[in-house]
Design a binder for this molecule. Structure first.
Ligand SMILES: [Zn+2]
Length: 236
């Protein structure tokens, strides 16, 4: 970690007249377990934070966490059985509750893969058009809106072939757009070769979600406010 921070700082300095480089981190939120985001930000002198939920807790025991990410759907299935008695509504509710807690308690800028809980579902346990699911997702989106966060449009599922679509789904992109919630395209790259994978498809999806009407494309910066892609002002 310190090496990564140091390298970014050196590149910031080297290219300061050509491009503004921001240093950020995706941080995990687990109720009662993870370090407050503000401390992480301060410790590493970060410009911005992306907050995300990957491990869902259903008890006070920090050992009992449902891992909803990673390449294996078997682990998702096992965790659901073990920690939520196989009750998908309970598991999904807890995922969104934990996300809501993160939004309310922590200071960060971008929400990571908003509906990652669907990745290993693969239409087996629930469908996204079920009313209970939509209600939970919309409550979280309302909170995102209230707090002025940016929603990440994450392409990783597609190029890793784990989920054939974006996080969030197009219906959520459309709702976010209606509410004026800014969105940012991200590949969630774990290697430089992945940096811009599926960006064109994501732009197209955002365009469609906006009813193929004009969207503004702009830059997020921490120096001065820019108009974001959907008309508001966003400064990190
Ligand atoms: Zn993540």
């Amino acid at each position: 970690m310190p090496d990564y921070i140091k390298e970014i700082a050196a590149l910031k300095e080297e290219f300061k007249d050509k491009v503004e480089i921001l240093c950020g981190l995706e941080t995990d939120y687990v109720t009662g377990v993870t370090e407050p985001f503000a401390i992480t930000k301060e410790k590493y002198h970060l410009d911005y934070l992306i907050g995300g939920v990957h491990l869902v807790g259903n008890s006070a025991n920090p050992e009992e966490l449902w891992f909803i990410d990673g390449p294996k759907w078997e682990i998702y299935d096992e965790g659901l059985k073990k920690f939520f008695d196989g009750d998908i509504r309970k598991g999904v509710r807890r995922f969104f509750e934990q996300t809501n807690e993160m939004i309310e308690r922590e200071e960060f800028d971008i929400i990571a893969h908003f509906d990652k809980i669907k990745m290993h579902n693969r239409d087996r346990y629930f469908h996204e058009d079920e009313a209970w699911y939509r209600k939970l997702a919309m409550e979280t989106l309302d909170l995102v809106h209230q707090k002025g966060l940016i929603v990440e449009v994450n392409t990783r599922g597609i190029y890793k072939k784990r989920y054939n679509g974006f996080y969030p789904s197009p219906w959520l992109m459309a709702e976010a757009h209606k509410m004026g919630v800014p969105m940012i395209i991200s590949s969630d790259a774990h290697h430089y070769s992945e940096l811009t994978l599926e960006f064109e498809a994501a732009e197209e999806a955002l365009w469609q979600a906006n009813g193929s009407r004009h969207c503004e494309r702009n830059v997020v910066t921490h120096k001065k406010p820019h108009r974001n892609s959907f008309g508001g002002e966003k400064t990190i």
